[in-house]
Ligand binder design. Structure first.
Ligand code: 5GP
Length: 346
């Protein structure tokens, strides 16, 4: 046994220090970024915020709404080929820049991935997602997927440490997904004791990825627009959101009426609800590592998008970054023991 005593930080442990700036309006800030990805060498531009590949978040409806703002959606892996067909008949060409096809590492997953790409070769992104990206089997799967799809943009994870980011990039990932345990409906830290504070994970993993010419997506733990800004400030190239995009018209999940108020169901992809729905129950050798919650219906996702992008533009003006790309360089975090004033919160 060993103990690491370096302090590791989450979003709640810091604030961003304001800096002198010549920017006099938020409207002068550009949130678009342009990347050329490490292996695929594909060029992408857009606003690097993405909806998580959860069936209560990463839906076709969400992708359509977010693409209007050049935001990205990792489409969840549970759509059938028929559902893909119906969606692709109506989706315009530009949509393929803003969506990924998700896959696990099972044989059925890779067969479905192959079937989707055979029918729709214009799709560009693959999201290979497992709860624990530390297995050798996972890195091998990434390697095989890279060999099979040399020109697709591959996003893979999740991991939280630099050495594993490097291993996945060397195995063929263009973007590494970073985050173990911070998610809003995740119970991994409760059930296993395993995890890593998300801001430190971002800082360390971004450093490792950028050293090799790769990118990271910070996945999980953002509760408010300020957390999204902190994730970018810490060095994330992309930020993935689950809970912040849940509960909207475009989010999947049942709508429930409780005492006349409308709620939407939201659950983790390793929750009992998800496992009952997709794999016929929780296998007896494992525990569910996700929870199910009902959240107050929040209307169209458009309003939430404006709120997040508005917040982010404002962060950039506070630190004098005219482009999102400059935010990390302009960020000085200060360690704090307080966040917002909660005197009037419910
Ligand atoms: P959020 O933005 O809601 O804080 O986090 C979203 C992320 O939580 C997802 O992208 C995924 O990485 C993670 N996640 C989703 N479902 C589960 C689950 O059931 N268990 C765990 N451990 N993580 C989950």
């Amino acid at each position: 046994m060993r103990i690491e005593t370096d302090l590791k930080l989450g979003f709640k442990d810091v604030m961003i220090r304001p800096k002198r700036s010549t920017l006099n309006s938020r409207s002068l800030v550009s949130l678009e970024r342009e990347f050329i990805f490490l292996h695929s060498q594909q060029k992408w531009s857009g606003v690097p915020i993405m909806a998580a590949n959860m069936d209560t978040v990463g839906t076709f409806e969400m992708a359509t709404a977010l693409a209007n703002h050049k935001l990205f959606t990792a489409i969840h892996k549970h759509y059938s080929l028929q559902e893909w067909k119906e969606f692709m008949q109506t989706a315009d060409d530009n949509m393929t820049n803003y969506m990924a096809v998700s896959s696990g590492i099972g044989t059925a997953d890779s067969k479905k991935l192959a079937a989707i790409f055979k029918q729709y070769p214009q799709l560009k992104f693959i999201c290979i997602d497992v709860a624990n990206g530390y297995s050798e089997h996972f890195a091998n799967f990434v390697k095989k997927t890279r060999q099979q799809y040399p020109d697709k943009i591959i996003m893979a994870g999740n991991v939280v440490t630099g050495e594993m980011v490097e291993e996945l990039l060397l195995a063929g990932a263009d973007i590494v997904k970073v985050g173990i345990g911070p998610g809003s409906v995740c119970t991994t830290r409760v059930k296993t004791g395993v995890g890593y504070p998300q801001l430190s994970a971002i800082i360390e993993c971004a450093d490792a990825a950028h050293g090799l010419g790769g990118q990271i997506v910070s996945d999980g733990g953002c509760k408010i627009p300020g957390d999204v800004a902190k994730a970018f400030g810490g060095g994330a190239d992309f930020v993935m959101l689950g809970g912040m995009f849940a509960g909207h018209t475009e989010s999947g999940g049942k709508t429930i009426d409780i005492n006349g108020e409308k709620f939407k169901q939201f659950y983790g992809m390793s929750s009992e609800t998800a496992m009952n729905k997709h794999v016929g129950g929780v296998a007896d050798y494992r525990a569910s590592e996700g929870k199910t919650v009902e959240i107050l219906y929040r209307g169209a996702v458009e309003n939430t998008v404006q709120d997040i992008l508005g917040g982010l533009r404002s962060t950039c003006t506070y630190v004098g970054a005219s482009r999102l790309k400059e935010l990390t360089k302009r960020t000085t975090f200060i360690r704090v023991q307080e966040q917002q004033n909660e005197v009037f919160s419910k």
